[in-house]
Design a protein around this ligand. Structure first.
Ligand code: ATP
Ligand code: MG
Ligand code: MG
Length: 366
């Protein structure tokens, strides 16, 4: 069997690895943390930084297919090993999604709606005041490296932007209009080995402090919203000539318009429900797509709900396992436990189990 190499050893890499292993592939991980969540369930791990070119060369030589579980991969380093192994996703997808400004400009060129946005740098601040005003109140975000709301600041005035100069001192930042949306939704899409576009159900996401807390699958949205989401997924999959899974985060406005927030060129936290709820999970779908296998038409027989387990919530949940036979419980086995860090999740299937656990997170916080 082939060996699949995954850059990144977090929980997404772990669930990808488990899926690949169950299909008989060998799996290698490149990650700086020894015994990373993905490394624990794989055949080997190279312990090195993601931008360590020599380590990446060694890794690429050991694997038949190279993929990644996060978008902050060093592009030049990845391009440098393109001759040594197969990279089915290519590097263009990564280039277009790893920088928020490049990503939003690309969406704009595809006529896909987004919130108003503008580039912010120290030198252009004074010139663009009119456009900046149109994006206020807003959220100032660094263009690369952010996740779970890191590198973001709410700004209401130009003075707030001036005061947040550290966000754009090394590289330009992006200012996005802060909108009050009705719902946040997301969808996963891929193209399989027979060139069929496969779109997972659109799901609803509930965030707290900019971190995903709960996913409800399917999202309770109108047919018009579903059509817009499917259309966006189709257009993006085709335009990228997509291999591997793409996660699309979106806002639904009060008037039912869908705006794309950001893209993830990999499996996504809001797709974890698919492990138990869909006939092909996002992880199996990703592995099938990058290895050129077909994916059956996707079916979700029952609705599902996924709760992330952050920080101390993991141990609170573990202590309640005996009372919750309905939980599909996942512990990523992370060595370092920090508040708000994603350490595990659980998924339940069916309306009765969703109701039973609907307030579980708020209950334990009291
Ligand atoms: P992720 O962990 O999803 O990668 P991130 O750090 O890349 O997160 P975003 O997805 O851009 O950050 O923002 C995090 C959350 O903040 C969003 O899911 C949404 O709840 C809120 N948010 C982001 N941008 C906007 C906006 N323009 N208007 C309103 N809310 C927003
Ligand atoms: Mg993000
Ligand atoms: Mg996001």
């Amino acid at each position: 069997p082939k060996t699949i190499g995954i850059i990144g050893g977090g929980q997404l890499g772990q669930m990808l690895a488990l899926s690949a292993k169950s299909m008989g592939y060998h799996v290698g991980i490149l990650d700086p943390t020894p015994s990373s969540p993905a490394g624990q369930v794989s055949d080997f791990q190279i312990v090195a930084a993601y931008d360590d070119q020599a380590a990446l060369v060694e890794f690429a030589k050991k694997v038949d297919v190279l993929t990644y579980e996060f978008e902050n991969v060093d592009l030049d380093a990845l391009n440098g090993v393109a001759q040594l192994t197969e990279i089915p996703q290519g590097t263009e997808l990564l280039r277009l999604t790893r920088n928020r400004l490049v990503e939003k400009n690309n969406l704009r060129s595809l006529d896909i709606p987004t919130v108003n946005f503008i580039e912010i740098s120290a030198t252009t601040l004074a010139e663009n005041e009119k456009e900046i005003m149109q994006c206020l109140p807003g959220i100032l975000k660094t263009t690369t490296g952010g996740y779970d709301g890191h590198g973001q600041r709410d700004v209401n005035t130009v003075a707030d932007i001036v005061a947040a100069a550290e966000l754009y001192q090394d590289a330009p930042a992006i200012l996005e209009q802060r909108i009050s949306f009705d719902k946040e939704v997301s969808v996963m899409v891929t193209i399989d080995g027979h060139e069929d576009v496969r779109i997972w159900p659109v799901v609803e996401n509930i965030h707290a402090n900019h971190i995903l807390q709960t996913t409800l699958a399917p999202a309770q949205v109108s047919d018009e919203v579903k059509e817009q989401v499917d259309q966006i997924a189709q257009v993006l999959a085709q335009s990228f000539n997509l291999r591997g899974v793409l996660g699309i985060e979106m806002f639904v406005t009060a008037s039912g318009k869908v705006l794309v927030n950001e893209l993830a060129p990999r499996p996504h936290n809001s797709g974890h429900y698919s492990i138990e709820a869909v006939n092909v999970s996002q992880f199996e779908g990703h592995i099938r797509s990058i290895t050129g296998l077909p994916i059956a038409p996707l079916e979700m027989p029952l609705p599902a709900m996924m709760h992330n387990l952050l920080g101390s919530q993991l141990e609170i949940a573990r202590a309640q396992l005996a009372q919750h036979p309905e939980w599909h419980f996942h512990d990523y086995g992370k060595a370092e436990i920090r508040p708000a860090r994603k350490l595990g999740h659980y998924t339940v299937l069916g309306a009765a189990n969703i109701n039973k656990n609907a307030t579980w997170l708020t209950d334990i916080e009291e």
